[in-house]
Design a protein around this ligand. Structure first.
Ligand code: CU
Length: 127
């Protein structure tokens, strides 16, 4: 199986890179960019580029954003990313507390496929 090392490498790049690329085998690649960098409490802009397995932009997706922290008693935050150009989506989330977050991307593609991806956002700073 050649897929496994590729996925591992992908996960590694994903952790260290600012421009994050995820491909978990569905054939859909999502690049996520969260600004400002470093992320601080308050509003953050979340940009996504969604591509098929030929790196062609996937237009017409519905993208819901959810931000979670791991500790109990913490309410998630929600947002929606709107399509700014075919395959490019932009939205915002408000990080309400400093610390480690995970941004969940809930995607419904134009063809009806439903995907979920996780983007760790560690070390959100306080103002
Ligand atoms: Cu918290």
């Amino acid at each position: 199986m050649i897929l496994r090392p590729l996925l591992t490498l992908g996960a590694l790049l994903f952790l260290v890179g600012c421009h994050r690329t995820l491909d978990q085998g569905s054939g859909v690649t999502i690049e996520t960019d969260i600004l400002p960098r470093p992320v601080r409490t308050g509003p953050a802009s979340v940009s996504l580029k969604i591509m098929d397995d030929h790196k062609k932009p996937l237009a017409g997706a519905r993208v819901e954003l959810e931000g979670d922290m791991s500790h109990p008693g913490m309410a998630p935050v929600f947002g929606e990313a709107k399509e700014a150009a075919p395959g490019y989506y932009r939205g915002s989330l408000r990080f309400t507390m400093a610390g480690d977050w995970v941004v969940l991307l809930h995607l419904t593609l134009a063809d009806g496929r439903v995907l979920e991806r996780q983007v760790p956002v560690n070390g959100v700073g306080s103002h």
